[in-house]
Design a binder for this molecule. Sequence first.
Ligand SMILES: C[S@@+](CC[C@H](N)C(=O)[O-])C[C@H]1O[C@@H](n2cnc3c(N)ncnc32)[C@H](O)[C@@H]1O
Length: 263
Amino acid sequence: MSVLQGEEGSGRGRRSPRRPNPMSPRGVRALGLFFILAAGLAGAQDEAAHAVRRKRMVETQIAARGVRDPRVLGAMAAVPRHLFVPAGSADQAYEDHPLPIGEGQTISQPYIVAFMTERLALGPGDKVLEVGTGSGYQAAVLARIAAEIYTVEIHDGLARRAAALLERLGVRNVRVRAGDGFFGWPEAAPFDAVMVTAAAPEVPPALFAQLKEGGRLILPLGDPRGFQVLTVVAKRGGKPVSKAVLDVRFVPMTGEIQKKKRP
Ligand SMILES: C[S@@+](CC[C@H](N)C(=O)[O-])C[C@H]1O[C@@H](n2cnc3c(N)ncnc32)[C@H](O)[C@@H]1O
């Protein structure tokens, strides 16, 4: 104590006037401020680390595999994927694979998100229907490229969580609905493009019906419990023109499509 007194040289008692008692209101305020600043700094460091991982993801997983559209690359570089995965998986968010998001569902591999988006050849004024909102990540990517996104998710909890996150991130051009995407979104149809992010054995008829003439639909077509082929279906003269583009494995589309009888 004597050393402290001597150093500070206040001569007015045992406590230095420039070193607040941590239990005094001033001390508690100072400690609070310290912790807020420290947490803010740690948060900023985390965000910077995620931004580095995101840039590397775009270069090494997406551009390197042939995705060229600058709007797609720009959207993938901008959307904070780490916020769309459970907090415990945030460090893996930019890795080259899908991740679980709860309810037995997944957020797709980043490359697949970019590939499917590019294949829709979207224009800035386009209206898009997504079936399978999941985390909301694909919708957030689409929202940076097209004008209006309508997305349907069969799991109520996932739909609510995705809607809340998109709202929190200020994404204003996505509408989320809980329901069976097999039936599309008739009130908002027709769509310039439709993306189905769950495996289906056939194109749900309502989705093709809700596609504009000249529009494009992409879906993983094939055995929902096995492998599928990403297929682009264009509407020409009211008829489907299909092109198989990539072998994939998605979680199955559930709901009405599973009730249909198969030979
Ligand atoms: C691979 S995940 C989609 C990932 C999502 N696009 C994302 O960015 O996180 C497939 C999603 O489709 C949903 N799904 C399956 N069948 C559906 C249906 N009939 N209607 C709407 N959503 C469906 C699943 O619940 C799951 O969330």
